[in-house]
Design a protein around this ligand. Structure first.
Ligand SMILES: C[S@@+](CC[C@H](N)C(=O)[O-])C[C@H]1O[C@@H](n2cnc3c(N)ncnc32)[C@H](O)[C@@H]1O
Length: 316
């Protein structure tokens, strides 16, 4: 078996274009000299977030800092050509990789077969946002930034039982996820995520470690599930609550909950039959992330019992 973590030729220095890249044939030999180079046989699509991580010390650090152990069954979303996958295969019992691009799937399968590690890998070709993930106990991935927020919501609120998710994210999102109440980055998304988990900033990763080089830097974040993934609230009511809390940027919670309209909205949400529950198939990320300002709620309750409404009012 070849060593899946052999040293990397710094291809990121060669490939620094922001445009989708077709590598000249003269560079295709690089594929055979190091397993860390992205497959040069096809152009990469930026809309699918195809920025390949090519720095071997960063790739090694991700697996190490994620704490992958030989008993682990790993979920990797967006394996691309497999730079991270081959390392995960070296460290874990099994890896399930979900990849949307058929060309990537083919390149990954070929690479892993050449390494003699196919028996440890399941590749699912599909959209990570549309499929139900098979069971896993740890998630490690350099995910496409276009689906970061909904994917995190799917992992955390999708009834999956796992220890941690170590994800390479856009730096700005990483800051929001790891912000604490009172920090300027803390928002409704962060509050919703903290309901079920804790996020820790592990390390920053430079954009020059990717090929082609993206516009933004990245950060590695580990999200730890609390309470074994059990959601300690009715999600529909929780979303309604955080929506109201973050509905007015410059108002205190006290001021917000003194407004009759806000109290009424919260009350109606608690009684609404509208399905907003998140399961493995459906993630209502708009509800999870937006601040709710200016949005109109579907009104299902026509009559409000004043006694019941009283219970929702703000009392000092
Ligand atoms: C940032 S690249 C990461 C590649 C590789 N993991 C690495 O570290 O070099 C993101 C990968 O996710 C794939 N992808 C994009 N959208 C996806 C989706 N909705 N479901 C599954 N994979 C997706 C892309 O095709 C690409 O291979």
């Amino acid at each position: 078996m070849k060593n899946p973590t052999s040293p990397l030729i710094p291809v990121s220095k060669l490939l620094s274009s922001n445009k989708p890249h077709i590598t000249p044939l003269s560079q295709s030999f690089l594929l055979h000299t190091s397993p860390d180079l992205w497959d040069c046989r096809f152009p990469l699509h930026r809309p699918r977030g195809q920025h390949i991580l090519t720095n071997s010390s960063v790739l090694d650090a991700i697996v190490r800092k994620a704490g992958v152990s030989p008993d682990d069954s790993v979920l990797e979303v967006g394996p691309g050509t497999g730079n991270l996958t081959v390392r995960l295969l070296g460290a874990a019992r099994h890896v399930t990789a979900v990849e949307i691009d058929a060309r990537m799937v083919e390149a990954l399968r070929e690479r892993v077969e050449n390494l003699g590690l196919s028996h440890k890998l399941t590749v699912i070709r599909g959209d990570a946002m549309k499929i139900q993930f098979p069971s896993f106990n740890i998630c490690v991935a350099n995910i496409p930034y276009g689906i970061s927020s909904p994917l995190i919501a799917k992992l955390l609120f999708g009834s999956y039982q796992f220890r941690t998710a170590t994800l390479l994210l856009q730096k700005e999102l990483a800051c929001r996820l790891t912000a604490l109440p009172g920090d300027s980055e803390y928002n409704r998304f962060a509050a919703n995520i903290r309901l079920v988990s804790e996020a820790e900033l592990i390390m920053d990763v430079s954009k020059t470690d990717f090929a082609p080089v993206p516009k933004i830097d990245s950060s590695l974040v580990t999200i730890r599930m609390r309470n074994g993934g059990i959601i300690p609230a009715d999600l529909k009511e929780w979303y309604g609550f955080t929506r109201v809390c973050y509905s007015k940027k410059n108002k205190t919670l006290g001021a917000i909950f003194k407004q009759e309209r806000m109290v009424l909205e919260l009350f109606k949400r608690s009684r609404s039959k509208k399905k907003s529950c998140i399961n493995g198939e459906f993630v209502n990320i708009v509800d999870l992330e937006s601040d709710g300002e200016g949005e109109s709620e579907e009104k299902e309750i026509k009559q409000v019992d004043p006694h019941e409404l009283e219970a929702f009012k703000y009392h000092k």
